[in-house]
Design a protein around this ligand. Structure first.
Ligand SMILES: C[S@@+](CC[C@H](N)C(=O)[O-])C[C@H]1O[C@@H](n2cnc3c(N)ncnc32)[C@H](O)[C@@H]1O
Length: 242
């Protein structure tokens, strides 16, 4: 199923995340031993540092990265957008529980067709979601479009590993332990078999960096996190400052 494309992939992914939304946060904590929280904090800092204005987190899920952006002193308002009502309602409850509803708008929307004018945001982020998109190029170009000149795009995503010692250590964890925990904790081993496979089908970090440059971003850089399992990319949108 990880090899699906287009509308078929979107339907599959929407069904999968609808099924697991209730256990999504717990599973992330278990699968990364809580490290995803630090990575999201780092991604928000990388996106917002030194800028002023509003921020968007596309495919925000339960809103972790949107909430991290909203905590940044540089950010005056944050939009967290996700395709699924089930995810958005959880993101809204979490932002309300933290007293942050005034500074964050959690909304249903499609990352492939963002309902915002060009240059609306100082920065845009995507966390662990691009590989689930039916059209990665379109999702990236939408992020670039809604960021203003001088603004930043930051991507946090799992990365396929080249064959070697590390991959021989991590593959059994991704492909064996993760589906097992998914079955025991989320009651859905199938969903958590798809997730590691989707990494195998995703772009290697160097290729993702090339794509960001091809979309017109400058100073594209990435660094690896989580023993090389995760990459965090950053690029700056060129153009005349408004
Ligand atoms: C693995 S989760 C990542 C959630 C969150 N960003 C995080 O880091 O925890 C992937 C999310 O992408 C969302 N998604 C998939 N396709 C989408 C689309 N076309 N537009 C917006 N969200 C989408 C799913 O609903 C799901 O919540």
């Amino acid at each position: 199923m990880a090899e699906l494309k287009g509308a078929e992939k979107q339907r599959y992914v929407a069904d999968l995340f609808s099924r697991i939304s209730g256990r999504y946060d717990l599973m992330n904590d278990l699968m990364t031993l809580g490290m995803h929280r630090r990575w999201k904090r780092q991604a928000a800092a990388l996106a917002a540092q030194g800028l002023k204005g509003s921020a968007i987190d596309i495919s925000t899920g339960t809103g972790d990265l949107a909430l991290e952006l909203a905590r940044r002193p540089e950010v005056d308002h944050t939009v967290g957008l996700d395709l699924l009502e089930g995810m958005v309602s959880r993101a809204k409850s979490r932002s309300a529980a933290r007293g942050m509803s005034g500074s964050v708008t959690m909304m249903v929307g499609d990352a492939l067709s963002l309902p915002f004018a060009n240059g609306s945001f100082a920065c845009a982020t995507a966390g662990f979601s691009l590989r689930n998109m039916p059209d990665v190029g379109k999702a990236l170009s939408e992020m670039v479009r809604v960021v203003r000149p001088g603004g930043r795009v930051v991507i946090l995503e799992l990365s396929p590993m080249k064959p070697g010692l590390r991959s021989s250590l991590f593959r059994p964890v991704f492909h064996g332990l993760v589906p097992l925990i998914g079955r025991l904790v989320a009651g859905d081993g199938t969903a958590y078999s798809y997730l590691p496979k989707s990494v195998d089908y995703f772009l290697e970090a160097n290729r993702l960096a090339e794509m960001l440059s091809e979309l017109g971003l400058a100073n594209v850089e990435f660094r690896r996190l989580g023993f090389g399992t995760v990459a965090m990319h950053r690029g700056v949108k060129l153009g005349l400052l408004a």
